[in-house]
Design a protein around this ligand. Structure first.
Ligand code: ATP
Ligand code: MG
Length: 565
């Protein structure tokens, strides 16, 4: 079998998705490094909701497991009880499932390994490779040195194994105050890599853990827990973001000293997306300080926010495929994310007519009580989605924007004396403009040409403009929420990041008119409002009060960007 065939065999349809991580896995399979096994994991810390960056990592880890017929675990890296919560655990599980991935019975918690980690720590103490240190946090920092200067040994570094065992046991039993002592690995205070300068393995902390309660008053650091958790689970390829590259020598050191299964860590560049922030700390601030309405506010880059906004799992998979994985940090234009969504919704979303800023049009020569049912196409991209009937009558709403009293040149919509086609209906002509006492336009009077019904054999006449409309007596009222970028700058950063929030990121339109068929809509239903964009019924939408979120506009800014590549 040739090399190429072999690769396809292993990868299945994923051969097209190859990247440097898959190349490493392919090589490991060739050399039988892990006996043909591929096991990855997605390891969130349950201290916030997942965001689009996590979606990249989820698609990567679960995608590899799927394509190589391996397994991917869901592991909660819950080593920091003060910031973690079951609310976050539940939301993470919901988000991973929504993305279409399943960890089956492999839902793991670093906290399940606390006992094993404790035993490993004892093993290192007995080997003379770890010690209890009485320096304060500040002293530890001072002793650590800098990138250019080596650190200094702690005065407690050369305690005997017996003394260390005695003190570590008493740390466990709660004899010492929070923060008064630590347990540290004994590596090298002058190592060029600061992570190797006797890193802390345990701190004393009396804090109730969301799973282990008050069982423990010493907690492992992330760096001590992470690599061993991977090892315990038999992970073969431990995929993480670039900032852990400098931690790899430490993880390797622990695993080698303990002589346990050694996963291969591989680092990739995290996703950065323009016009938003992604750190959980900052997202939490936006929520707690009420800049947004919650973690699932449709302006948030969280998975639940994107879901509420109307994003589909397929669009996020497609986005993850398009951005790929690389070793170098970069900033992805949010227009690419929006384009991935449009491509998906274009195929699936039903087209309907909706008027966001209504202007009443009365068709003078249309019979008062006549109602015609006109046939409209549900999705021109997909004939199998069929057609529906929409009612037409003497009074219709059009968009305020589709009428100009003094039209500029090349304005092909409605204006005094001018004609326009009402989509799926007739050509109408504006004959009068009615104003209220303030001089504002209150309604438009038109006539229609009965010979111009859409689709009828006599409908020969053509006009330049076609606009959407909704029959007034049949219209369904709705509130529509329009969203803009959450930030005014493409890379909100520094101490002033909150000053760059876009004050106009939400506009609520409360007097929108939707075509009759939308009175059947249920929360999460997705539509294209013709000429306006894609919209999704909000969770709070009810039969009594319909609420829609604008998911994304129709304007395709990405196509322009792609051309300039
Ligand atoms: P934050 O820094 O925002 O708190 P985190 O990296 O600490 O995020 P974790 O819960 O530890 O969040 O992340 C779980 C997994 O998701 C990790 O493997 C991490 O590398 C990955 N991840 C987090 N952010 C991104 C991102 N922007 N792009 C790709 N992967 C990410
Ligand atoms: Mg992290």
């Amino acid at each position: 079998m040739s090399n190429q065939e072999n690769k396809n065999d292993i990868n299945g349809d994923a051969a097209i998705r190859t990247n440097f991580i898959r190349e490493i896995i392919n090589d490991d399979l060739q050399t039988n490094k892990y006996n043909g096994k591929v096991q990855t994991r997605f390891p969130p810390e349950p201290n916030g909701y997942l965001h689009i960056g996590h979606a990249k990592s989820i698609c990567l880890n679960f995608g590899i497991a799927r394509d190589y017929k391996g397994l991917c675990n869901l592991r909660f890296d819950d080593t920091n009880p003060s910031k973690e919560d079951v609310e976050y655990v539940d939301s993470i599980k919901e988000d991973v499932h929504w993305l279409g991935f399943d960890w089956e019975d492999r839902e793991y918690y670093a906290s399940d390994y606390f006992e094993q980690l404790y035993q490993y720590a004892v093993q290192l103490i007995k080997k003379g490779k770890a010690y209890v240190c009485d320096l304060t946090a500040n002293e530890i920092r001072d002793y650590r040195g800098t990138l250019t200067e080596p650190g200094k040994d702690s005065p407690f570094r050369n305690r005997s194994v017996e003394e260390n065992m005695n003190l570590f046991t008493r740390m466990l039993q709660g004899e010492f105050a929070d923060g008064s002592r630590t347990m540290r690995a004994k590596i090298d205070m002058s190592a060029p890599n600061i992570n190797l300068r006797d890193p802390i393995m345990y701190r004393i902390l009396r804090s109730t853990h969301h799973r282990t309660g008050d069982t423990w008053c010493i907690y492992p650091t992330y760096d001590w827990a992470h690599g061993q958790s991977d090892s315990i689970e038999g992970i073969t390829h431990s995929i993480c973001t670039l900032e852990f590259e400098d931690h790899r020598p430490l993880y390797d050191w622990y695993i080698n000293e303990l002589g346990i299964h050694h996963p291969q860590q591989i680092e990739f560049a995290r996703l950065n997306l323009s016009y938003t922030v992604m750190s959980k700390r900052r997202l939490l601030q936006l929520v707690e300080e009420s800049y947004v309405k919650g973690w699932d506010d449709p302006r948030m880059p969280t998975i639940c926010g994107l879901r509420r906004r109307g994003y589909t799992p397929e669009s996020l998979h497609h986005f993850a495929d398009r951005i790929g994985v690389a070793k170098r940090e970069n900033m992805i234009d949010v227009a690419l994310l929006e384009d991935s969504l449009r491509q998906d919704l274009n195929k699936r979303a039903m087209r309907v007519m909706a008027v966001l800023r209504p202007l009443k049009v009365i068709i003078l020569n249309y019979p008062d009580d006549r109602v015609e049912e006109l046939e409209a196409v549900n999705n021109p991209e997909d004939a199998s989605m069929g057609t529906r009937n929409i009612p037409f009558s003497k009074v219709v709403y059009i968009e305020q924007d589709d009428f100009r009293e003094d039209p500029p040149k090349k304005y092909f919509r409605l204006s005094p004396g001018n004609e326009v086609r009402l989509r799926y209906a007739y050509i109408i002509k504006c004959v009068d403009v009615i104003k209220n006492e303030k001089g504002e336009i209150s309604e438009i009077h038109c006539t229609y040409d009965p010979e111009t019904k859409s689709g009828s054999p006599n409908s020969q006449r053509k006009v330049k403009g076609t606009i959407h409309w909704v029959s007034a007596p049949h219209a369904v009222d709705a509130e529509v929420r329009l969203y803009d970028r959450l930030f005014n700058v493409d890379n909100p950063s520094g101490d002033n990041w909150k000053e760059t929030l876009n004050q106009n990121s939400l506009e609520i339109l409360s007097d929108c008119k939707l075509e009759k068929s939308l009175n059947q809509s249920k929360p999460k239903d997705k539509y294209q409002f013709e000429r306006l964009g894609y919209f999704c019924a909000d969770y709070d939408s009810t039969d009594g009060k319909l609420i829609f979120n604008r998911t994304v506009t129709l304007k395709d800014t990405w196509a322009k960007i792609e051309k300039s590549f």
